[in-house]
Design a protein around this ligand. Structure first.
Ligand SMILES: Nc1ncnc2c1ncn2[C@@H]1O[C@H](COP(=O)(O)OP(=O)(O)O)[C@@H](O)[C@H]1O
Ligand SMILES: [Mg+2]
Length: 393
């Protein structure tokens, strides 16, 4: 029996599709590698959960490593300030690559690392105090000090990589929407400054976050909008088939056309669902090399997949506030497709202006997503039916 090659909830073994997006990343990398200069503005991929942002970023990271880059990965979170995480991650990446600056540059490097980790970690306070001590007249706002430190840290790190024969430094920022506005502002200002001396900075940054990310960045700094925003969509039908076929093929296992059709239709290109249904079908079949996965296996695997989805629905429902739950219930009652603001407000028995806050929060959480013209839809398939089912209970 072969090992299950599907990866629900984890980075896929084979990234299906995403050729256009990968080319954008490769464009940045090529610029850094060829000219030793800044790759370009911050590249930001945004999409609801489960669409494949982290998977794409990881694939970009792999490509960068193959091209001789040193890469630093940061999973942003609301629990920790992001700037010290960046400093740590860049520091570790340089150590692993044996590219830590030496001599006088090394001393400066360690000093910066220290300042970013210790002082910027305590938002504002310490940096401000320090700056105030140095210049008795009007202290600049706290972020200025942080920008300066982060700027020279990234500059020195990228230069050191290059001096050690590497192509440059790639910073990957996942879940960027969780960064605080201050941290976003420092980050954007830093990138702006690095851009001012682009030929001196063999560096690129690629980020991913929920659909609120572009708006959050633009709010954090007026020029945040100069970042390159790319929204990730579900996989096309061809790519969805590839996501199912390729991992099995690598294990010498095939799919019958009927089985493939069933999963492609059921998952509607949603990468997480493809992996989940691929996985439950595989487990139901427990195939040997040369075997084929059939519609019977798909059907046998479905209850397991449904249980898993229900657990996810339950978690999302449980994480919603009472007001958000009322919003979700009204939305689910209105149907499975795109729902208007008016329909939700009517369902809740309130004025349509009154639903803005829960609407925003649910979009931020990635439970629903805007689809234009004020319409929203659920991001996870089957969620509407789950919520309607709660009423019956
Ligand atoms: N291009 C892809 N090809 C195959 N599987 C993918 C692809 N993108 C994502 N997946 C799968 O979808 C699920 C969600 O991917 P992930 O990158 O974690 O999404 P996100 O970061 O947007 O929440 C994972 O199980 C992953 O294996
Ligand atoms: Mg992710």
């Amino acid at each position: 029996m072969r090992r299950n090659p599907y990866t629900p909830g984890q980075v896929p073994r084979i990234l299906a599709g995403r050729a256009v997006e990968m080319r954008r990343i490769e464009g940045l990398l090529a610029r850094v590698a060829t000219y030793g200069e800044l790759g370009g503005p911050l590249l930001v991929f945004h999409a609801p959960r489960g669409i494949g942002k982290t998977s794409l970023l990881r694939a970009g990271q792999r490509r960068a490593v193959e091209s001789g880059f040193v890469t630093a990965w940061v999973a942003c979170s609301r629990q920790r300030p992001v700037l010290p995480e960046i400093a740590h991650s860049v520091g570790r990446a340089l150590e692993r690559a044996d590219a830590v600056p030496s001599g006088a540059a090394g001393q400066r490097w360690r000093g910066q690392l220290e300042r970013l980790t210790v002082e910027v970690g305590v938002p504002g306070a310490k940096v401000q105090a320090q700056v105030a001590r140095r210049q008795s007249t009007e202290a600049p706002p706290a972020p200025h000090a942080a920008i300066g430190v982060l700027e020279s840290l990234l500059h020195d790190a990228a230069t050191a990589v290059r001096e050690h024969g590497g192509a440059g430094l790639l910073l990957l920022l996942d879940e960027l929407h969780t960064a605080s506005p201050d941290d976003m502002s420092v980050l954007l200002n830093t990138l702006q400054n690095l851009d001012g001396e682009r030929t001196e900075n063999p560096f690129a940054a690629v980020a991913a976050g929920l659909p609120v990310t572009p708006e959050a960045l633009t709010r954090a700094a007026t020029f945040g909008e100069r970042s390159t925003f790319i929204s990730l969509d579900v996989l096309s039908e061809i790519d969805a088939r590839a996501a199912l076929v390729a991992p099995a093929e690598a294990e010498g296992v095939g799919w019958t056309p009927a089985a493939l059709d069933a999963i492609v239709a059921e998952s509607r290109g949603y990468p997480y669902l493809l992996q989940l249904l691929g996985s439950t079908t595989w487990d139901a079949a427990d195939p040997a090399a040369g075997a084929r996965l059939t519609l019977t296996h798909v059907k046998r695997g479905l209850p397991v997949a449904r249980d898993q989805l229900t657990a996810m629905h339950r978690a999302r429902w449980g994480a919603a506030t009472r007001l958000e739950q009322r919003f979700l219930a009204a939305m689910a009652a209105a149907g499975d497709a795109n729902v208007t603001r008016a329909a939700i407000a009517a369902g809740m028995g309130v004025d349509s202006r009154a639903i803005s806050v829960p609407r925003e929060r649910l979009i931020e959480k990635g439970v629903i997503e805007p689809v234009g013209h004020g319409l929203v839809r659920f991001t996870l398939p089957g969620f509407a039916a789950y919520v309607r089912g709660l009423d019956d209970a």
